[in-house]
Design a binder for this molecule. Structure first.
Ligand code: AMP
Length: 140
């Protein structure tokens, strides 16, 4: 699959549409998922274009997973979760809906089932509040 620069995450990277950003460095952006499967659901993306794991440059992937490792426990602790799940989909038949590589960091709470993967828009006020809490915790 050829990378389509009009995908929604490319548009977020170009600042064409808003996002609740929680972390940014030269190679990586992390922001809140608008349809969170749990409170504090974050997406981490490389700035360099890649559709999926298939075509990402290995160096860029290494950088990306380092950021995921750094952020995930901080997000978990910031939102009062007790675990986190990582998800990463490759191809439409695997559940990928946005064709710019991304890792989901999904905080897990005891006894709280996840909301569906392609669910409803979350409460924007609540998502904004979670973003603020996470930003404080990671010192962003
Ligand atoms: P995937 O299905 O793995 O490709 O995941 C795409 C994710 O992007 C889904 O969890 C969506 O809720 C999320 N999403 C779609 N549009 C936006 C957006 N504009 N801002 C933040 N998250 C988004």
């Amino acid at each position: 699959m050829i990378y389509d620069p009009s995908n929604i995450f490319a548009r977020i990277l170009r600042g064409e549409i808003p996002a609740h950003k929680i972390y940014e460095d030269a190679d990586t952006l992390a922001f809140m998922d608008v349809m969170p499967q749990s409170n504090g659901h974050v997406l981490v993306i490389p700035k360099a274009p890649a559709v999926s794991l298939d075509d990402v440059d290995p160096q860029a992937l290494a950088q990306l997973i380092r950021v995921v490792q750094k952020l995930a426990p901080k997000i978990r602790d910031a939102v009062g979760a007790t675990g986190y799940r990582l998800a990463q989909f490759n191809g439409a038949n695997a559940g990928q809906t946005v064709f710019h590589l991304h890792f989901h960091i999904i905080p897990m709470y005891a006894g709280v089932p996840l909301r569906p993967h392609t669910g409803k828009m979350g409460d924007q006020t609540e998502i904004k509040r979670h973003a603020e809490t996470i930003r404080v915790a990671i010192g962003a």
